[in-house]
Design a protein around this ligand. Structure first.
Ligand code: AMP
Length: 223
């Protein structure tokens, strides 16, 4: 099973991918996570991508498609892939078809998380993650279990998943960059949907409902 989770920044692609990995043993292929790791490790790709990511613009198609190709090459053929944040342009969509064919795979589903873009800015600026295990939280909608008041975590609240008490926020999760990322989504990513629709593989899910409801809707599509 090879699926694309499509939706603007903050639609819940990362959260839902993590659930799919846990429930179905699939592998999440997030180009955003791969690029952040490259920036952290100061690799040539990371050094080239950092400024572009900080502005909220898109990294080159060649760089992200190579990351996907390399990751698929390292995966066993019977592990399902969740494409999270890729493809983001028409060119990447075409490259994905070529890469999948090369690895003997094909696309089964494109799941679009439908969201109210205005509500997303608040969602994104409220999100943070565990600095150890990467579990994703939100100050308003999904704080760690022991966080009684929805404020910024003060370092003494443990991560529900691993107990670590340090959290981090993505540098590009600020209001100005989020607006640029939304514009990029509208201009370059949303236009790739009609092509998938013509192939009859798009299913829409209400991404504004709760995390568990969205997960159940996705599972219903995959079974
Ligand atoms: P994400 O974690 O998916 O929100 O991605 C964070 C940032 O990484 C984006 O704002 C882009 O700068 C870059 N990025 C991630 N995936 C892609 C992609 N498929 N194409 C181009 N840039 C990407």
């Amino acid at each position: 099973m090879n699926i694309i989770l499509l939706g603007p920044p903050g639609a819940g692609k990362g959260t839902q991918s993590a659930g799919l990995v846990e429930r179905h043993g699939m592998k999440q292929l997030s180009t955003g996570d791969m690029l952040r790791a490259a920036v952290r490790d100061k690799t040539p790709v990371g050094l080239e991508a950092k400024a572009v990511m900080d502005r909220g613009e898109l990294v080159s198609d060649e760089i992200v498609s190579k990351l996907i190709d390399d990751n698929l090459a390292a995966m066993s053929a019977d592990t399902g892939a969740i494409f999270d944040g890729y493809p983001r342009t028409a060119a990447q969509g075409e490259q994905l078809d070529v890469i999948l064919a090369k690895h003997g795979r094909s696309l089964d589903n494109v799941i679009e998380l439908e969201v109210n873009i205005d509500a997303l800015v608040e969602r994104i600026t409220g999100r943070f993650s565990c600095a150890n295990c990467g579990a994703i939280y939100n100050m308003n909608t999904k704080p760690p279990a022991d966080m009684k008041t929805p404020t910024s975590p003060d370092g003494s609240v443990p991560c529900t998943n691993c107990g670590f008490t340090k959290f981090k926020q993505r540098p590009d999760d600020n209001e100005e960059t989020v607006r640029t990322r939304m514009d990029e989504y509208r201009a370059k990513t949303a236009p790739i949907l009609p092509g998938y629709e013509m192939r009859g593989i798009v299913t829409r899910v209400d991404g504004m409902s709760g995390i568990d409801e969205v997960a159940a809707a996705i599972d219903a599509i995959l079974t």
